[in-house]
Write a protein that binds this ligand. Structure first.
Ligand code: BEZ
Length: 306
């Protein structure tokens, strides 16, 4: 079986037309037709039902299309990575979730630029689960996220666990109370903002992290509201619509309308992961990792060293 045959079949299957597939692939319609015929003969099954308009796949064609999609995507990834290995990028492109931007990211970039003054850095706001695809396609070289994810191409280093704090409206009865326990928060509307919740297929059926944490303490919030991001969640807290938990480094946001209180539970934390490709490292990566550790040392932050 040849790659060209597979590509011809996918182009026709996607566009449901030989003429559209010809425009897509730069191959003539007779060539596409010949390649697909050869493929069908090799497999010993008809893949395309040519009697319907638009063209349809046969049941065998549907099966073959679904199963071979991943194969072509894998080949794209391998090609992109090989190109990167041959021509290492000069710029370091860093993907990050917004919650790390309010914390140490500016310090880390500042120190990195002092260590490698000629290095160009680009920052890209991108969710934890999108970072995996962005690493594989070469859109980013490293990423900071907050979810553990499984992908054979990607290496994740757990940098540290950051404590959650409770964000409460200034007028809330618990606004002045330190060292809160989760059961004390049960009567509140909990604002959820983690993207895992909005895209459960990308991360498996993982439960929303805040609900998961409450559940570990046997607490079911009396109501929840789900929003698209953390800034919106804090906006709702400021407006008195509910409470939420955010990583400690965010506790300066909207400080006129929100009080942040510590939680007593030591395991009420949000992890910070550094995501990279498992087999290809950007030339600046070793210095970058050392810079992160250096910032932790300078600030006296407890972290995990790889
Ligand atoms: C941190 O807060 O640990 C952190 C933030 C941004 C990048 C890396 C680490």
């Amino acid at each position: 079986m040849q790659l060209k045959q597979l590509q011809a079949f996918h182009a026709v299957a996607k566009s449901q037309s030989f003429s559209a597939a010809a425009a897509l692939t730069d191959l003539s319609q007779p060539t596409l037709s010949r390649l697909i015929k050869q493929l069908e003969e090799e497999i010993g099954a008809e893949l395309i039902d040519r009697y319907h308009r638009p063209l349809q796949l046969t049941a065998a064609g549907e099966f073959f299309y679904e199963k071979s999609l991943a194969l072509l995507a894998e080949l794209d990834t391998i090609t992109a990575m090989t190109q990167r290995m041959a021509h290492p990028p000069k710029t370091l492109r860093i993907g990050f979730v917004p919650s790390v931007l309010y914390g140490l990211l500016p310090n880390i970039i500042g120190l990195l630029k002092r260590q490698l003054p000629d290095l160009e850095v680009q920052l890209k706001d991108i969710s934890s689960y999108q970072q995996l695809e962005a690493l594989k396609s070469g859109d980013i070289d490293v990423g900071f996220g907050r979810f553990a994810q499984q992908d054979t191409w990607v290496q994740q280093i757990l940098l540290r666990h950051e404590r959650y704090v409770v964000a409460l409206p200034v007028t809330h009865p618990l606004a002045g109370v330190n060292d809160l326990r989760l059961p004390q928060l049960a009567d509140n509307r909990l604002i959820l903002y983690h993207q895992s919740h909005l895209n459960s297929t990308a991360l498996g059926q993982e439960t929303e992290p805040l609900l998961n944490l409450f559940d570990r303490y046997g607490v079911l919030p009396f109501a929840t509201t789900t929003v698209s991001d953390l800034q919106v969640a804090l906006g709702l807290v400021a407006a008195g619509e509910g409470i939420t938990l955010v990583p400690d480094s965010l506790k300066t946001l909207r400080s006129e309308q929100i009080r942040y209180q510590t939680l007593l539970h030591e395991d009420a934390t949000s992890p910070i992961y550094l995501n990279t490709l498992a087999e290809i490292a950007h030339p600046a990566y070793p210095t970058f990792l050392e810079t992160i550790y250096q910032v932790y040392e300078n600030k006296g932050i407890t972290y995990r060293r790889k």
